[in-house]
Design a protein around this ligand. Structure first.
Ligand SMILES: Nc1ncnc2c1ncn2[C@@H]1O[C@H](COP(=O)(O)OP(=O)(O)OP(=O)(O)O)[C@@H](O)[C@H]1O
Length: 252
């Protein structure tokens, strides 16, 4: 049985000559939310994107070490990147809905992956929208253009689009940074519920958010993982001086 557990082992990453990550070793356990925090430019997004190989298309990048998904190296030869990205969904700060109907946004992945019947597709779309806590708001206008939804609704639609592929892992890169507090709260509640079924990793600049929703927190600084552990422990009794300085606002 697959669980979606992730383990990075001595993972380093370069953009050309620039080394962005230095031997990161960290676990992202299943059925939990893991938050990646740290000052700007410390490598959080680089690490998140490496998990589903978003860098494959960036020329001049390379890595060393490994990132294991269910014990298998995501960079191993023979790994099918399309399948990997179905298993590991990604949501960005700036929601990126397609200029299509709400229905077609969610149906996009399942249509790409097979030839579902209309009834099957209807069921997948409804299930994904329900899981993303959006169904009640859009069920009467599934044919309307997604770009007419509010920012918070579009972000939940992007989550529904990822969920329609039945991923094991959901990666979110500052998903609420462009949202107002109410829309942010909706997303946080949604992630909190989804964590029972998925492995969730979230990059956030908002330490209150990390403290509110995550089970574990990993603190990055200058491309290195400084420390990782249960969120409450990390925030109340960090082991490292640099972690304490960051969470108490002394830098960053
Ligand atoms: N495409 C790229 N080409 C070259 N360097 C890059 C590229 N993307 C990121 N970097 C560099 O890699 C380092 C890590 O960046 P990354 O975006 O992972 O940090 P971050 O912690 O997510 O920052 P932020 O919180 O500001 O998003 C930075 O020095 C950044 O300038």
């Amino acid at each position: 049985m697959t669980t979606g557990g992730i383990e990075a082992q001595g993972f380093s990453f370069w953009y050309g000559e620039k080394q962005a990550l230095h031997e990161v070793t960290v676990a992202v356990p299943p059925q939990q939310i893991t938050a990646f925090i740290g000052p700007s430019g410390c490598g959080k997004s680089t690490f998140l994107r490496a998990i589903n190989r978003m860098h494959d298309l960036v020329p001049g990048t390379r890595h060393a070490g490994s990132i294991l998904l269910d014990g298998e190296d995501v960079h191993a030869p023979g790994v099918d990147v399309v399948t990997l990205r179905q298993r590991v969904g990604m949501v960005f700060q700036r929601w990126n809905c397609f200029p299509k109907s709400i229905y077609d946004n969610v149906a996009y992945g399942p249509r790409l992956n097979g030839s579902p019947t209309r009834a099957e597709l209807d069921a997948v779309v409804e299930h994904a929208l329900r899981r993303a806590a959006l169904w009640d708001e859009v069920k009467d206008r599934l044919r309307a253009n997604a770009l007419g939804l509010s920012g918070g609704q579009q972000q939940r639609l992007c989550i529904a689009r990822a969920l329609a592929n039945e991923p094991e892992v959901l990666l979110l890169d500052e998903p609420t940074a462009s949202l107002d507090p109410i829309a942010t709260q909706h997303i946080e509640e949604l992630l909190y519920d989804l964590r029972r079924e998925l492995t969730i990793a979230i990059v956030t600049h908002n330490m209150q958010q990390a403290a509110r929703i995550s089970d574990r927190t990993a603190f990055f600084f200058l491309g290195r993982l400084v420390e990782a552990g249960p969120t409450q422990e990390l925030f109340t009794s960090p082991r490292e001086e640099r972690t304490e300085a960051y969470i108490t606002g002394r830098f960053g």
